[in-house]
Design a protein around this ligand. Structure first.
Ligand code: SF4
Length: 194
């Protein structure tokens, strides 16, 4: 990203030109039809991201994920002000302070969850012309966790968007590679990781 951290710091405080990386990110998201969860999945596993891009969803078959979904839905009802918002679906938006919030049942997969939430902040930045902050509410622990939005994160997000665009053009999924995550992944039966 071309901006210095100092320049970026100023940008977080006041209205400024939208950085070219954010404009490019927003363009890719729109042309590729990407969503926040795509960025969570590709941070964890490229094969898993391919399944999700192709709408192959096993989450409803996984008891642990089903319980997490119920906890999420019953603990923090979605803020109604986000409904119909430029295709975004974060859990809550503090419009006055420009903070977007995504609630998660548990604290795991910090980087992947942060990327999903950063997705909302970057698109809100692109659409409002103002920088946004991001935060995760961890329901089980009743605490909030800030999500860093800095030039490195913006570069990482743009890089992930480009990877997702490439993945979108694959007709078959990347090969399954065993990793620690596989034992708790909802696709483990499909991947033969049981
Ligand atoms: S089971 Fe493992 S290889 Fe398969 S999608 Fe999940 S994380 Fe990726």
């Amino acid at each position: 990203m071309k901006m210095s951290d100092e320049r970026y710091g100023n940008c977080m405080e006041q209205s400024d030109a939208i950085p070219s990386e954010i404009i490019e990110f927003s363009r890719l998201v729109e042309t590729e039809g990407l969503h926040g969860l795509n960025f969570q999945h590709i941070s964890l596993c490229t094969r898993r991201a391919w399944f999700h891009l192709n709408r192959i969803d096993y989450a409803h078959l996984d008891e642990r994920m089903a319980n997490g979904t119920v906890m999420h839905e019953t603990s923090r009802p979605r803020d109604r002000s986000v409904e119909g918002l430029i295709g975004l679906a974060p859990d809550r938006i503090d419009w006055q302070n420009r903070i977007v919030v995504e609630a998660k049942a548990r604290s795991g997969a910090k980087t992947a969850v942060s990327r999903q939430t950063a997705f909302y902040a970057l698109l809100l930045w692109a659409s409002t012309g103002q920088p946004w902050r991001a935060q995760n509410d961890i329901i089980e622990e009743r605490r909030s966790r800030p999500v860093v939005i800095d030039p490195e994160v913006v570069d990482e997000m743009l890089d992930l968007a480009r990877k997702l665009a490439t993945l979108n053009r694959r007709s078959d999924p990347p090969p399954a590679k065993r990793k620690k995550l596989c034992t708790s992944c909802s696709y483990r039966f499909l991947c033969g990781m049981t």
